[in-house]
Design a protein around this ligand. Sequence first.
Ligand SMILES: [Cu+2]
Length: 368
Amino acid sequence: MVGCADEYPQSSINPHTDFAEVIHSLYVSIFWWTMLIMAVVWILLAWVLVKYRRKSEDEQPRQIRGHLGMEIAWTVGPALIVIAIAIPTIQAVFATQRPVSDDAMVVEVTGHQFWWEFHYPEQGITTANELWLPVDRPVNLRLASNDVIHSFWVPKLGGKRDLNPVPAVREGQDPKYNWLYFTPQQTGVYMGQCAEFCGQSHALMAMRVIVESDEGFDDWVDRWFASEGAAAPEVQEEAEDEAELQMAGVVQEEEGTGVQVAEDEDPLVAMGRDAFLNATCIACHAVEGTSAQGIIAPNLTLFGARKTLGAGIMENNQENLVRWIIDPQGIKAAAAMPGTDYAGGNWPATGLSDEEVGAIAAYLLSLK
Ligand SMILES: [Cu+2]
């Protein structure tokens, strides 16, 4: 009970959605009924202990073998209790499976070893590890896995529900997904965790759900498409002639490096962008508005706005990010990403220098 108390981030007795509330009220009512049963049993027990205690040295209790009435009572009693628990439980199952409302926002959730992918078909966004949702709007999560079975569990919001690998289907048939829907009732950050053992780093497969006001959510969507915080590549794409831009002072070439630096831009960030876009990172990762369009790893658009790194396992800051890029598997066993001097995810070592790694980290953190 202490472990589930309110102040803990993954408490399941602190509901913040309709779904979690149904489960919670079922839990609370069963809890109090069982407390009542416990009280009755303990009082009876205490009474028996006192009343039938041995009062003198040579006293023998009455010897009984078998008692039909009691046999029936302790078979029927628990059976009735189980039925009494089953009725509201089945009601709760149906209450959380009722048809989803039409205005629900669909998010396609894909589990990967060992991170989460969130695709918003309505907005055209694919992000990772931090799920943004607007408050008070029903959300309908379509759950599937890219590899083994995972399970979506954000205790304050509801769940848990498995993400199964979805096998290929015949033409005309619908794939069988699991769905989970709820309406977040309060803004805030909610912690979640993969709840089905999925491999070596299962315990390091966490996530955050960020429930925002409508404006906050729309703002996030806008920032997403306006992203690539440092404007240089976009400016460059639109420019007919690079030299023209250089003359206009919008972009300058940093001496001898060939790196394009936009006005007001931190040269370290510009160098990092250049290194990132020229490294193998882009085979796996995407950043909206750049040539990085990899789809097999977490999308890094607005990465600087992410609170955590590596699927919720550590704070997202320069120091941790540098450590991650140098040695992801040292931090997270079996992560499908290469380090600077070892292969990973079927790609060779990235071979980046410490300077390049520092610059890439600065670039990624600038994406907000
Ligand atoms: Cu998992």
